[in-house]
Design a protein around this ligand. Sequence first.
Ligand code: GAP
Length: 450
Amino acid sequence: MQKIISLSKRRGFIFQSSEIYGGVEALWDFGPLGTLLKNNIKLEWIKRFIQEEESVVLIDGTVLMHPKVWSASGHVTNFNDFLVECKKCHSRFRADFIADGYFVGKGKAEKKNQCPQCGGKDFTSPRQFNLMFKTFLGPIEDKAHTTYLRPETAQSMFTNFKLVQESMRLKLPFGIAQVGRAFRNEITTGNFIFRTREFEIAEIEYFVAPEEDEKYFNIWLEKWEKFFLDLGIKKEKLRRYEHPKENLAHYSKRTVDIEYKFPFGWSELAGVANRTDYDLKRHSQFSGQDLSYFDEEKKKKYFPYVIEPTMGLERVILAVLCDAYQEISGGRTKTTRPTKELEVLLKLDKKIAPIKVAILPLVKNKTELVKKAKEVYEILKPYFTCQYDELGSIGRRYRRLDEIGVPFAITIDFETLKKDDVTVRDRDTMQQERIKIENLVNFLKEKLEN
Ligand code: GAP
């Protein structure tokens, strides 16, 4: 994990928020490459689940909502963690994670666990702590104006259920999707971007006839899992975890987590829940608006059930980084003199790699080569995220590119000036091919799409 954190900082993927002030726990900023990576994952998600799913539409709701939303949703009463305090150093922990992932069960602190801060063994009894961040709507800071930063994106998909269904003339089954920020005042943090206080969720509320809930639960579980495999995550690093009935969230009939084997162990990457008709019924009750659905075929009115596949983007990013990270001691190129250095290869799937193509003049002190390389850069940049790099030996530049997962590197050499072709190096195979400049865009498009 330290290696991933250090690479992320060194190469502009992820930085600690407000680092110049000493940083803030569990808040992370995405740097230039991290932002591109995150956007690419979002775009893949939108393509897969909105563009290619004709029954799913995308919305973009607000982070702040009417205060009643959070009473109706059950978050004001139920969105709590049990918190225990070490009696010696007063550090606070989630009761079910007293020591580094060691599960002791909700509401019960076992004495044999030691405080990770001071080794103390005596904890207070567990008490409830609401994870939502409170704020005020408008200038008056009283109870009537109190609301919360959303802890999930789901609720605006329920409050907008009727508006979306009617404006888009949708019939069951259909889904409303959203990707956006969520906030949780987590007690136990750490493990880099795994559990943060501000993060992005991508989720779908898929509305179905009540009797079809189990069928669609299984369909969505498969689709969700496939998305991770198609992002290049290794199959053996994924598994399912079925939540026992007694630990289900207040709204859930069934929840299955998709877990990833992170460096600190198997942990939740994403999930699929059957939220039943809980949310639509509760919002109908609290708002006084009828959110039931009239089924024209069955000629009856009912509250649809909701299947909710959800994923946290930061966790997906952490999983793809861990999965793609490789170290090669002695260097990748066995034909040249082996380096003493450890070379890093970030084998990111081409679809999500932040930079797709690098353009490198063989040397920087030959004006004609630099001029030609810049021409090639101008040709390619409308089509791909490109990086122009002329600093250092060509081998060193390849290594820098491998470290950030650039799939293709193009070298402009003296042959280029004669034949108008370039070498294209493939990150994964290190094979080099000569390609005519006029064919370069199509060649790269084809390679990047397959
Ligand atoms: N609407 C359902 C919902 O919010 P959740 O399991 O509480 O379900 C959804 O959260 C996803 O968000 C999780 O599967 C996880 O990937 C991610 N997630 C949850 N809490 C997080 C946190 N504190 N930091 C980063 N990601 C988090």
